[in-house]
Design a protein around this ligand. Structure first.
Ligand SMILES: C[S@@+](CC[C@H](N)C(=O)[O-])C[C@H]1O[C@@H](n2cnc3c(N)ncnc32)[C@H](O)[C@@H]1O
Length: 249
């Protein structure tokens, strides 16, 4: 990987981590204090009409996931707050990529598992891990998963976050059932993905999954939907679901 780009990307990921040490959202602005006018390249800019999130030039993907302006539209502090109090809990970030959410979650949870199917992202997250303050290092674990299995142990995760990844999963209802096995009863699943209609960020519309379809698939996969929000984020919808607890009878 290009050394200069690697340096800036490390800095961006670590800046996200440090910003999350406090409650202030990690806002990055340009030298003018303004949002950049030109959107950063997206992974579809790199590989047009390529449905696989992990396709394309790795450096560009990392730069895209960690772009300076993302914090403005992604609102990571607000997103993470939707998972509730994470103290003492294990969180899995499915499709973790560069660890944009993983490393922001580390200071808040007992353990955070950065799950991805692409070994390059696993290696990247591992290289960020060694730069975490020592007291946080053991809270992070990377996990190489399979396309049809997040490789969680039974009941392992109390909370799962999946950002900009849902549309890349095939046989999603079956996947959700497998994921559910790796979640504790009452555990929450937060799915955030791009809305349809040509947006300045994200994949082409044909690779996006409509909010209504996500809801249907979650129900078919055995989850209960506790919240949907199409407004809080400019480019993405939010779905919060729960793995039901077994009935007491
Ligand atoms: C668009 S990136 C999103 C990365 C990160 N969640 C973020 O918001 O910055 C999608 C990620 O999902 C991963 N991915 C794709 N299919 C997956 C699957 N079936 N299971 C786990 N990860 C997957 C890709 O390797 C990639 O890192």
């Amino acid at each position: 990987m290009n050394r200069v780009l690697l340096f800036f990307t490390f800095s961006a990921v670590c800046a996200g981590f440090w910003a999350c040490q406090g409650d202030t959202p990690p806002v990055s602005t340009d030298s003018q204090g303004m949002t950049r006018e030109t959107p950063s390249p997206t992974y579809t800019d790199v590989e047009p009409r390529q449905p696989r999130a992990s396709a394309g030039n790795f450096e560009n993907l990392i730069a895209d996931f960690e772009s300076n302006d993302r914090v403005i539209w992604q609102k990571p502090g607000m997103v993470i707050s939707l998972l509730g109090d994470l103290e003492g809990k294990t969180v899995a970030d499915i499709g973790a990529g560069s660890g944009y959410f993983t490393f922001r979650l580390v200071p808040r949870a007992k353990k955070v598992i950065g799950v991805d199917i692409d070994p390059r992202f696993i290696n990247f997250m591992d290289s960020v891990k060694v730069r975490l303050p020592e007291q946080f290092r053991d809270r992070f674990e990377s996990r190489l998963a399979k396309p049809d299995d997040p490789m969680l142990k039974p009941n392992e995760a109390d909370a799962v976050i999946m950002v900009n990844t849902y549309g890349y999963i095939e046989n999603r209802v079956k996947y959700l059932q497998t994921l559910s096995n790796g979640m504790s009863p009452g555990g929450v699943l937060l799915i955030i993905d791009f809305k349809k209609n040509s947006l300045p960020v994200g994949p082409d519309d044909e690779f996006k999954v409509a909010l209504s379809q996500v809801e249907r698939e979650l129900k078919a996969g055995g989850f209960e939907i506790s919240k949907t929000d199409n407004e809080a984020l400019d480019y993405q919808y939010i779905v919060l679901a729960v793995k039901p607890k077994p009935s007491s009878q």
